[in-house]
Write a protein that binds this ligand. Structure first.
Ligand code: HEM
Ligand code: HEM
Length: 137
């Protein structure tokens, strides 16, 4: 398995444990939960689920297409964008919800969200350029 694929999977599982732990925290401290719902949802959905799909997709979709990945460089750049974006969102989102440093946390959140979106575009581009129909045997 490609080294970067292993890193996508590792990070996915780290976000899963963090997202689930925050979920438990939200049950234990319900009065604080509102500030953490978005970060819980996105650590699980953008962190665990999407990061797992990035890793598994990069591993398996080229094989299904009988091709190599279109751009290994994009695969690595996207990894850093996806992680920087999500970590930025995870740190700034609760701060913004709690009204701490609203303009700074709001700016970091918007920037991080844009970085996450760029990672999604890079994945879509790289996979769309890779997949092609193959003859069924
Ligand atoms: C130990 C595991 C988990 C715990 C204890 C947990 C707990 C919670 C809690 C307490 C809420 C707030 C519910 C509310 O007040 O409306 C919530 C919301 C949410 N959780 Fe989890 N959760 C867990 C795992 C997951 C996983 C694995 C996912 C996704 C893959 C997920 C996705 C969501 C989403 C999307 C919301 C927001 C729902 C909404 O918009 O109201 N959770 N979770
Ligand atoms: C660039 C990536 C993304 C950005 C910038 C983003 C942004 C947002 C924002 C601003 C909200 C409203 C939060 C609130 O104030 O309650 C939201 C909610 C939500 N998003 Fe995303 N999102 C992204 C990706 C995703 C993905 C990939 C999924 C699912 C696979 C997802 C699932 C959800 C869900 C379930 C909610 C409702 C959770 C809640 O109640 O807070 N998002 N998202």
């Amino acid at each position: 398995m490609d080294k970067i694929v292993v890193w996508y999977l590792r990070m996915s599982l780290i976000y899963f444990t963090a997202g689930a732990a925050i979920g438990l925290g939200m049950l234990i401290w319900p009065h604080e939960a509102g500030s953490y719902t978005a970060v819980h949802a996105h650590l699980n959905l953008l962190g665990f689920m999407s990061m797992m799909i990035y890793g598994v997709g990069y591993h398996i979709l080229p094989k299904f297409s009988g091709a190599h990945i279109y751009s290994p460089a994009i695969m690595t750049v996207q990894f850093w964008f996806a992680n920087a974006g999500l970590i930025g969102m995870a740190v700034s989102w609760p701060l913004k919800m709690r009204g701490s440093m609203p303009s700074l946390s709001g700016a970091v959140l918007t920037l991080s969200a844009a970085v996450s979106l760029i990672a999604i575009f890079l994945f879509a581009f790289n996979i769309l350029k890779t997949i092609k129909p193959v003859e069924m045997k």
